[in-house]
Design a protein around this ligand. Sequence first.
Ligand SMILES: [Zn+2]
Ligand SMILES: [Zn+2]
Length: 376
Amino acid sequence: MADAELLELRPQGLYCAAGDFFIDPWRPVERALITHGHADHARPGHRRYLACERAQGILRARLGGVALQTLRWGEGLMLGAVRVSFHPAGHILGSAQIRVEHRGRVWVVSGDYKTEPDPTCEAFEPVRCDTFITESTFGLPVYRWRGQREILSTIDRWWAGNAADGRASVLYCYSLGKAQRILAGVDASIGPIVCHGAILPLNRVYEQAGVVLPGVQTADDLGDAADRSRALVLAPPSSAGSGWLRRFPEPSDAFASGWMQVRGARRRRGVDRGFVLSDHADWPGLQWAIAQTRAQRVLVTHGQVEPMVRWLREQGLQADPLATRFGEGADEDEAGAPGATDVTDVTDVTDATDATDHAGENAAHAHGEPPVARQD
Ligand SMILES: [Zn+2]
Ligand SMILES: [Zn+2]
């Protein structure tokens, strides 16, 4: 069986027969290795879990009292004849790539990853391997992120402008990872910051892990209408239209996601602004990460699979799609966002700034107020 695949697809998920374990399985199994806490990867119902210790707080918040064993970054554990270890993926707190070694062969499963440094999690660490299983959520040449500092400054200017106009700033973002990255990066001196109840417990997990976040209030803390009108309000997409948000009358609203680079995505979400900020690698980031592994064989999953497979084959690598179920039904992970498959629907990078988008479509303002031209 020397030629057998070290990892193979089973109905339950990605399986390693030599070590008798699954990685991020989607159906209940005996032993699950978990890359990170997003719901499309860390599912309930497995008998035993193994993860990186930096993911422990998130997994406990998500899965409760499951049987969870953890390893430090890079620490090896033998499962049968297989050595496994966890290495930073740079996606959210504790997100890991999983290295699997058996008789001199090395496979690495990327999980979700990004290559831009992020103060809320450990930076992506390239791991050499023979076969690399990579995500490809934004695996198209049009996806090229601007630096997060630039995006966060744009968010600050939007917030400050709204505060000056006496309007709250409601920013929709995924509650695990994106919300904490925004919190850590905005200028908290502009006004009070309010987080939805779905975000608050995850903030505490980050703080317990040593990540510095600014002070945050609940909507109840801000009894004064003047305070509410200066607030930055972070809320998960699912809270749109909820009674909770009605405490902030006539806000400006926005969405922070890599999908905001897709033409029409902001309008479909019905928000005033779209900020292109992703916790997944862009096209150059994916290419860089794959090259760093020096893998001769790459299996592509989780997003824009075909363009990436084609590109890798053009580079002379052995590349194939891998049909996992990551990204399915995960409202909180960008991979689950709708409207991503229409390649023709992606804006040209040169005019992808939300400022341009905003100016052009201000007339479609959703709150029935006169459009306000803002130079940012
Ligand atoms: Zn994820
Ligand atoms: Zn995912």
